[in-house]
Ligand binder design. Structure first.
Ligand SMILES: [Zn+2]
Ligand SMILES: [Zn+2]
Length: 345
């Protein structure tokens, strides 16, 4: 008994040390990411862009991809995820800041407001239950979790991202996080495909113009950036796919782990676990990106503008007839103490 307590304490101490290192290393990861994305951008526009066909069409498309990549990266590291102790801001109070050029505008005036939530005829939006955090003592709505590194309760906590983002991914920046990953994948795939003849040329393979390299970027730098782009296209592609999969199922990263446990518990009782936030793949994706009926127009997926989430994090859209998940009983829900939410890249 004594022994297990010592092991537990050692583990906790190691974990706190890990958190401190993660917190301190964050800014370096961000600086590193900025350097790598800059290198990729310079390589593309210096070496590949001038050789693309139909420059009047391909040029603006490439500039738009680069703008989306950079702006969503900027938003994901600068827009706070939203904390449980933030005062709930009424939409009218936010409007002056939202008139800036960085905000998308809505196609139609809102039909009505219900406690900071977009009101709709077809959506069933219920106020979130509130619990008290055992770590910071804060009253927090459903889907909020305590982040060990930020030491605060984050609204619709997804994960703390030390690599690249250096803050939590939550309600207000999760959309930018996924959009950034998606545009990073698009950029890396484009660079991998269109850069292939140039990397052969830089290697001096199969070209009579092997030593004709009329670009500012040195061959070796281009080759390294090209390899990095291929690796990133695969790695970030898998991560982005995983995130879109959880979004399409109405879950966050933490919830997808918790729901696996609930599914097993329900199955052991011959019951089926049903996630009450899951409104079907299409609706879940529409709500996440806040597009479609009552949301913003679809073009907001292709321009680097900011838009608000559909909720203020204190009320959630649920399946009709549900006010909680099915298959998990009261007292069985996992807390932050059970499945410690780990930092993920
Ligand atoms: Zn907390
Ligand atoms: Zn955090």
């Amino acid at each position: 008994m004594m022994c297990s307590r010592v092991v537990f304490r050692c583990f906790k101490a190691l974990e706190r040390l890990g958190d401190r290192i993660t917190g301190a290393a964050g800014p370096f990861f961000v600086a590193f990411a900025v350097i790598l994305i800059s290198l990729g951008t310079v390589c593309f526009f210096d070496v590949i862009m001038p050789s693309l066909m139909w420059p009047l069409i391909s040029g603006p498309i490439c500039v738009l991809i680069a703008l989306n990549l950079w702006m969503h990266y900027f938003y994901v590291i600068t827009v706070p995820p939203g904390f449980a102790d933030d005062p709930p801001v009424a939409d009218s109070a936010k409007s002056s800041a939202q008139n800036s050029i960085f905000w998308a505008s809505k196609k139609a005036p809102r039909r009505g407001e219900l406690a900071g939530v977009r009101w709709s005829n077809e959506l069933v939006i219920t106020q979130a239950g509130v619990t008290k955090c055992r770590k910071c003592g804060q009253q927090r709505p459903e889907r909020a979790h305590h982040c060990r590194i930020c030491k605060r309760c984050v609204l619709k906590y997804d994960h703390h991202c030390p690599v690249r983002v250096n803050q939590c991914v939550g309600l207000h920046n999760e959309r930018h996080f996924v959009m950034f990953m998606a545009y990073l994948v698009i950029a890396c795939v484009s660079l991998s495909i269109t850069g292939f003849p140039h990397v052969l040329q830089a290697l001096g393979a199969g070209s009579t113009y092997a030593f004709d390299w009329p670009h500012h970027v040195p061959q070796i730098a281009f080759i390294l950036v090209y390899i990095l782009a291929v690796v990133m296209a695969l790695a970030v592609g898998i991560m982005c796919g995983f995130h879109l999969w959880t979004v399409a199922h109405g879950e966050t990263t933490v919830e997808s782990q918790d729901h696996d446990t609930y599914r097993r518990m329900a199955k052991a009782r011959n019951e089926t676990f049903i996630n009450s936030y899951d409104l079907g793949k299409r609706r879940n994706l529409e709500l996440f990106f806040n597009v479609g009926e009552n949301g913003y127009p679809l073009y907001t997926l292709f321009v680097p503008l900011r838009i608000n989430p559909y909720t203020d994090g204190r009320a959630w859209a649920r399946r009709e007839g549900y006010n909680a998940h099915r298959g998990v009983r009261e007292g069985e829900e996992l807390t932050d103490d059970d499945g410690e939410d780990e930092g993920e890249a």
